[in-house]
Ligand binder design. Structure first.
Ligand SMILES: Nc1ncnc2c1ncn2[C@@H]1O[C@H](COP(=O)(O)OP(=O)(O)OP(=O)(O)O)[C@@H](O)[C@H]1O
Length: 258
């Protein structure tokens, strides 16, 4: 289980002291997928950066529990997969090299195991033919599917995703989400996804929460019944979408694009 307790994060510089997240508490069961919606600037990426270890936290704790033991979240100890909006692939390395790099950095690379696993993932994500190409030779959808392969190859304890599909066109995005979910279901890593799309949150979040403009939580929906389901005209689904839209509007989000 991932336990975030009383977390506060502020950006401090000589000229400003900007509190972004204050006293945030969250718990995620192992294998739970949390989708976070919230107005622009409320601190969603800040939280992802703090969880990935790239941003210091001023107060509070982020811990994994396992068999009753508490262990502070630590990128040196825990495997943290990250799928950013821009894919984060190194342009001077091929897709295969990009995918294997996190394992090599962690000194966990095993040629036989990871070649097999990369073949399996690249088959599932439809990137088998592009493994030896460079990022600048590929489409946005291919890049995003490659970033997904890289994250899952690591067998992450925690998978972080920051608007991973937002740069893709509608059809490519739908395909990438579906392929992502298929692969996700095989591995079920504990996941936190930041998105601006209500539909994406309902499709990919077993739990959905809405952040307020001040980085708190205004709605928390455990056991989202629409997890893994396509958008539908079903009245209950539409009502849920409307409710989330209202929460977002209360929180200050522009929702005319959703
Ligand atoms: N490195 C930084 N230094 C100072 N302030 C920052 C920094 N990064 C972000 N901020 C500020 O922190 C606040 C939260 O930013 P953050 O990127 O976490 O928001 P967000 O919810 O992810 O927004 P969006 O949905 O637009 O991506 C914003 O006011 C932003 O200007």
């Amino acid at each position: 289980m991932l336990i975030i307790n009383d977390l506060s994060i502020r950006y401090k510089s000589k000229s400003e002291d900007l509190p972004v997240i204050s006293s945030l508490s969250l718990q995620l069961e192992k294998g739970e997928s949390l989708a976070i919606l919230g107005p622009s600037g409320c601190g969603k990426s800040t939280l992802i950066n703090a969880l990935s270890g790239s941003l210091p936290v001023q107060e509070g704790t982020m811990e994994f529990t396992d068999k009753g033991q508490y262990c502070p979240l630590n990128p040196k100890v825990h495997k943290i997969g990250y799928i950013p909006q821009n894919c984060g692939l190194l342009p001077w390395k091929t897709i295969r090299q990009n995918c294997l790099l996190p394992l090599k950095i962690r000194k966990e690379y095993d040629k036989y195991t990871h070649t097999e696993e990369l073949n399996r993932l690249s088959e599932a994500l439809n990137i088998k033919d592009i493994l030896d190409k460079y990022p600048n030779q590929l489409s946005g959808g291919q890049l995003q599917r490659s970033a997904i392969a890289r994250a899952f190859l690591l067998l992450p304890d925690l998978l972080l995703m920051d608007e991973p599909f937002s740069a893709l066109d509608e059809i490519t995005r739908t395909e990438a989400r579906e392929l992502f979910l298929e692969v996700w279901k095989n591995q079920r890593p504990t996941t936190i996804l930041v998105t601006h799309s209500i539909e994406e949150a309902l499709y990919l979040g077993s739990t959905v929460c809405v952040f307020s403009a001040t980085g708190g939580i205004v709605k928390y929906h455990k056991a989202n019944p629409f997890f893994g389901q396509f958008e539908s005209d079903n009245a209950v689904y539409l009502a849920e979408k409307q409710l989330l839209r209202e929460h977002l509007m209360t929180a200050g989000e522009r929702v005319d694009i959703i």
